[in-house]
Design a protein around this ligand. Structure first.
Ligand SMILES: O=C(O)CNC(=O)[C@H](CS)NC(=O)CCC(=O)C(=O)O
Length: 278
């Protein structure tokens, strides 16, 4: 199954971000004939203040209802249906009372939402450059481990900072995942030292393909300090090798996630059966 991961440079203008996403997805489709296209974390609004984040956020329709949603939600649905592909919608801000959820939605080629995952681990840390992040001031954490099936393959969902919690990835593997999506907006100091290592480690441990679309560059909203993200969108195979990565700038990569590779690695090195503690 061929999968594309998109690297974007979203700002605080939602309409511009939607246009950028559509253009990059069309590029990936023309170039690589993927069956699944995946976007990065918070591609609808990055670098904006709290008010901009709330303005870009959407109320999601009740899960399983197939009712109409907001602008980004319907944009993802339309791209899936028009191109007959699965669309992994990176993550978008979901209205949840006085806070938001950081939420992934996935659409099948008929434009039906087949999965919804709310980021579990929130980024409340200080990076080595002294910058403080408090995601929990704006977002609530989810509490459900989510997988979905695409063309018979089980796929698992995680978002950004979740990558640092291997127990979530073990749960995804135990739920049958062979491909795990990790949309991100990594900081530059943590990305430089941890991004590839963490993704490769999770790929090796879970013996799964890891698809990690990332935001990249400066995210300006015309006021205050620009926010910077690391980028380096990549796909790793279940042996942990990086099969493709996007250089600085916007763009995409496409890799073929070959199930026979996954099966062989899991058969020859049955780490799941060898576990002692969980
Ligand atoms: O807040 C938004 O607008 C979008 N969300 C993000 O950018 C999130 C929370 S601040 N970023 C991360 O989780 C970075 C993780 C990271 O960089 C690491 O684990 O090192």
């Amino acid at each position: 199954m061929r999968i594309s991961a998109i690297q974007m440079n979203p700002g605080a203008d939602k309409a511009q971000n939607l246009a950028q996403a559509r253009e990059l997805i069309q590029g990936a489709l023309a170039d690589g004939r993927p069956r699944i296209v995946a976007l990065p974390e918070m591609w609808t609004c990055l670098g904006g203040d709290r008010a901009k984040k709330f303005a870009a956020a959407e109320t999601l329709p009740p899960e399983g209802s197939n009712a109409a949603g907001g602008e980004a939600y319907e944009c993802l649905r339309e791209v899936a249906r028009a191109n007959k592909i699965h669309v992994h919608g990176g993550s978008i801000a979901e209205l949840a009372g006085d806070l938001l959820y950081n939420t992934t939605v996935v659409f099948d080629p008929n434009g039906v939402e087949i999965a919804r995952y709310r980021k579990i681990h929130l980024f409340d840390i200080v990076t080595p450059d002294g910058m403080g992040y408090r995601e929990s001031a704006t977002f609530k954490g989810g509490d459900r481990v989510v997988t979905f099936k695409a063309h018979g393959t089980t796929c698992g969902l995680a978002i950004c900072y979740d990558i640092r919690f291997p127990e979530l990835f073990l749960k995804l593997r135990q739920a049958g995942a062979e491909i795990i999506f990790l949309p991100a907006a990594f900081t530059v100091p943590t990305g430089r030292d941890h991004w590839e290592v963490l993704l490769q480690a999770r790929a090796i441990e879970t013996q799964s393909w890891i698809v990690a679309p990332a935001c990249w560059g400066r995210h300006l909203d015309g006021s205050g300090e620009p926010r910077m993200t690391f980028g380096r969108t990549l796909i790793a195979d279940p042996w942990g090798l990086v099969t493709a990565r996007v250089p600085d700038g916007t763009g995409w990569i496409t890799s073929r996630a070959d199930a026979t590779v996954t099966e062989r690695i899991r058969r020859d090195m049955p780490v799941l059966a060898h576990r002692k503690f969980v």
